[in-house]
Design a protein around this ligand. Structure first.
Ligand SMILES: Cc1cc2nc3c(=O)[nH]c(=O)nc-3n(C[C@H](O)[C@H](O)[C@H](O)COP(=O)(O)O)c2cc1C
Length: 226
């Protein structure tokens, strides 16, 4: 598959055919993903290929808890866990206990334990050069040393005819995930990635055009046009 097709069609896939992802394919996907950049090339990632059915079920249940919190925000018209206009987070915008106790239908989450391949991506926090630590705002830079790797997994999977979705909802339940999977300090949970053969491959992703987000010289500059 050519690069532009891969990059333009790697959309979120949440429904999979009942077909395994062979270990050899998963290995190749990870072998491509490892060429991702990271700050100082520290490559502070570790991938857990989760096979055990009981662990998978527990991950599914933890994911669903986080999902309910997410959905409760969306139902209130809020961006879940987003910082405010002062660039800082001021706590949840909804009652999280009520959210966790509520129903939030989610076929993907319900079937997470049966996803053909299930990966947890952990990151060693001590290997992240978080250059914006200490600024008077939400930190963002650290993620740049792990999410390119995660997206490379998605791109490589797409290139090989697989699909999936990188998810972060479960990160809210990080302590429980770490205990379940034996992830020690100073590691954090960056993502849960589900992969498989897509029931339906997205081909036209809804994304804003370049002119909508690219400007010349200044933030309020004229739109960049070729
Ligand atoms: C940082 C990040 C976190 C995400 N977390 C979740 C998640 O927890 N659950 C989920 O179903 N999708 C998650 N997604 C997938 C996004 O919802 C998806 O990429 C986006 O809606 C675009 O969908 P599309 O590719 O189908 O257009 C996440 C994506 C990113 C980049």
């Amino acid at each position: 598959m050519d690069f532009s097709t891969v990059v333009r069609t790697t959309g979120a896939v949440r429904e999979f055919l009942d077909e395994p992802v062979p270990d050899s394919e998963l290995h190749t996907i990870l072998d491509h993903a490892r060429f991702a950049p990271s700050g100082g090339n520290r490559q502070g990632w570790r991938v857990l290929v989760v096979r055990d059915p009981d662990i998978r079920r527990q991950l599914r249940d933890l994911y669903q808890v986080s999902w309910r919190e997410y959905v409760a925000h969306v139902a209130e018209g809020k961006v879940p866990f987003a910082p405010g206009p002062d660039r800082r987070w001021h706590g949840p915008a909804v009652d999280l206990d009520a959210a966790r106790a509520s129903e939030a239908p989610n076929p993907f989450g319900d079937g997470l334990d049966t996803a053909p391949a299930l990966l947890i991506v952990a990151v060693d926090l001590t290997q992240l050069a978080v250059i914006d630590n200490g600024l008077d705002r939400q930190s963002i830079v650290g993620g740049g040393s792990i999410y390119p790797f995660c997206h490379n997994i998605m791109l490589s999977a797409r290139d090989r005819g697989y699909g999936g979705v990188m998810t972060t909802a479960i990160c809210r339940e990080e302590e429980a995930v770490r205990e379940l999977l034996g992830i020690p300090d100073p590691w954090a949970v960056a993502a849960l990635i589900a992969l498989g053969r897509p029931v339906k491959q997205p081909t036209r992703l809804r994304r804003d055009p370049v002119e909508d987000f690219t400007v010349v010289d200044r933030f309020d500059g004229t739109a960049f046009e070729a």
